[in-house]
Design a protein around this ligand. Structure first.
Ligand SMILES: Cc1cc2nc3c(=O)[nH]c(=O)nc-3n(C[C@H](O)[C@H](O)[C@H](O)COP(=O)(O)O)c2cc1C
Length: 353
């Protein structure tokens, strides 16, 4: 039996969500964000439903729900509809403890539906060619009936909140998009996350928040908006314009893991600002990556994190290049140390926007 969906405070204009991002939205980043003050809901990076079903060793790491499982949403993509429901049926029986750090064997313990997570999300938005060519991600939006069938079968097995993350489709056609969202709702999703770009659009042009606002006003189910939120003024403007059920932030969360705390602080008092110890934050992230992620993931995850985080530094391009080319995490530490020796003024920075 499907539990009735209760938004329970997670959905309100301005609720803060972490976006699913491959190699970025992992447990170490969530812990770092939590140390700055946390957020409302955090999506995992996408995991392949097929790989979950076949027991691939890595999917457990993509879907590690720690440190606060109750605020985590698993994101899954599928190229075949039946894999989605099989994966959700499998995840439903995950132990409450989820995955222990650093690849130790699962701890067992009582089964709590889905490892204690808040919910699951179906990826209908990923536009990476290797995913869409195989029929996954945004390719589902080209065949709405098949997408609805996938949602119905997923809904039949998953008794927690279920969302779909979508783009705008292949070309501008509001009627088609609205029908797609309605069809998803009828098939059983509880809310929809909209990254308002067309399938072939990269990040160069701004996302279409006007379309998010219209969907939020007209669809009758919670719509979460996502895309290009970098500052307090971006955030405030989008909350006011859309009154959507939440705001999801992706890249800025890697660039400034304190962004959620900064936004919350400014909501309470607009003259709020934060002084951040960039050196300590960089070291802490390396420590979290080493202690929370399996060895095979550490270097790629650290490189991807620093490719955003380095934007905080005065000589961003220089240090970014050094960090993303460092052969291991200790070499990254040495690069950071050398940089801060040269540039002691970059150790701490105040952020008010
Ligand atoms: C490195 C990277 C990886 C991403 N991986 C995923 C993913 O696994 N699933 C997904 O739905 N979207 C993914 N996205 C898209 C983001 O979730 C988000 O929709 C997009 O970055 C726009 O939000 P932003 O402007 O706040 O970054 C990814 C984006 C980036 C930059």
């Amino acid at each position: 039996m499907i539990a009735p969906f209760t938004p329970a405070g997670h959905f309100r204009p301005g609720a803060l969500f972490l976006a699913p991002m491959v190699a970025l939205s992992h447990r170490a980043l969530r812990e770092l964000i939590l140390e700055f003050g946390g957020l409302d809901l955090a999506y995992t990076e996408m995991a392949s439903a097929g790989a979950v079903v076949s027991g691939s060793p890595y999917e457990d790491c993509y879907l590690d729900p720690g440190p606060e499982p109750g605020k985590v949403v698993y994101q899954l993509y599928a190229t075949k509809g039946e894999r989605m429901s099989e994966a959700l049926a499998f995840l439903k029986n995950r132990p409450a403890s989820g995955l222990p750090a650093a690849g130790a064997p699962p701890a067992g313990g009582p089964t709590v539906s889905g490892g204690g997570v808040f919910g699951a999300d179906i990826n209908f938005g990923c536009a990476a060619p290797h995913i869409t060519k195989a029929g996954g991600g945004a390719a589902w939006m080209r065949e709405p009936e098949r997408a609805f069938e996938l949602v119905r079968t997923a809904r039949a097995v998953w008794d927690k909140p279920l969302s779909a993350k979508i783009r705008l489709g292949q070309a501008e056609d509001y009627g088609r998009l609205a029908d797609f969202v309605k069809g998803l709702a009828e098939a059983g999703v509880d809310y929809v996350v909209v990254h308002p770009r067309f399938e072939s659009q990269k990040f160069r042009r701004q996302g279409r928040w006007d379309i998010v606002a219209r969907l939020a006003a007209e669809m009758g189910l919670p719509i979460v908006g996502n895309g290009d939120i970098r500052t307090w003024s971006d955030y405030r403007r989008r909350v006011e314009e859309t009154r959507s059920a939440g705001i999801m932030i992706g890249r800025e969360a890697a660039r400034r893991p304190w962004i959620f705390a900064l936004l919350r602080g400014k909501e309470a008092a607009t003259d709020f600002s934060m002084e951040v110890d960039l050196r300590a934050t960089a070291y802490r992230m390396l420590e979290l990556i080493e202690s929370r992620l399996i060895p095979e993931f550490r270097l790629t995850r650290a490189r991807r994190f620093f490719s955003y985080f380095a934007d905080n530094f005065g000589y961003a391009h220089y240090i970014k290049w050094k960090l993303v080319n460092a052969p291991d995490l200790d070499a990254m530490r040495r690069e950071l140390e050398a940089y801060f020796e040269e540039m002691p003024g970059d150790r701490r920075r105040r952020y008010d926007e």
